[in-house]
Write a protein that binds this ligand. Sequence first.
Ligand SMILES: [Zn+2]
Length: 268
Amino acid sequence: MRKLIALSFIVALVIGCTTVPITGRKQLTGVVGSEEVIAMSADAYQQVIDSVQLSNNQEQVAMVKRVGTRIQKAVEQYMNNNGYEGLLDGFDWEFNLIESDQVNAWAMPGGKVAFYTGILPICKDDLGVAVVMGHEVAHAVAKHGQERMNQNYAKQVGLSIGAVALGQDPTLAQQMVFQAVGIGTDIGLLKFSRTHESEADELGLTFMAIAGYDPSEAPKFWERMSAGSSGQAPPEFLSTHPSHETRIERLNAALPKAMEYYNKSTLK
Ligand SMILES: [Zn+2]
């Protein structure tokens, strides 16, 4: 039985690779499929939203939703124009603002985004929100959560624990979702890898530019983030990167290409 499971896993491994748009990186997404991950994420997201206090600041709530919708349109435009039509299947976008001092924001598979009010002073305005929104949406679009679930699954199988029957063990399935998207019971406990963070930066820069937000704001935003978080690293943003300088350098290197998208943007 185990051999059979291992064999089917290897088969899925071989056929289950997809390519990330823009960076072209190959990733493992085949065993735990997109549909399954998106469904689990929608449940997990609703659980989070039900258990937190959403912001009552109508202006700020509107800002997050406004920027989110424009980035969403940019993503849809890019995918439709570049042969990735199916990549957003099952996406059901949502942008919420949670009342919390934490300097954080995150996105779950399927386009479920949450901002914390604590990050808004660093964002300052729509443009700053667009930097973070682009980055978070990129994690969802590049299917980083799904990839991590598949990696976790691979580890479990590798450890001969056997088949993780996701449908049969809802608790385990739910834990895997939370782990995979980087929010544990302690939100922000688990972090995306450096590869995922750099990729989210690059895709995020492109998406914000297509949406008509000046991408040269991105390095400025990360400067503010670095200055504003001395001593205590925000969960999602600083700790997984090789260094702050490297991030800024990479963003600046990617800027000319992003400026081309910005100048051509029809969503301004
Ligand atoms: Zn990130």
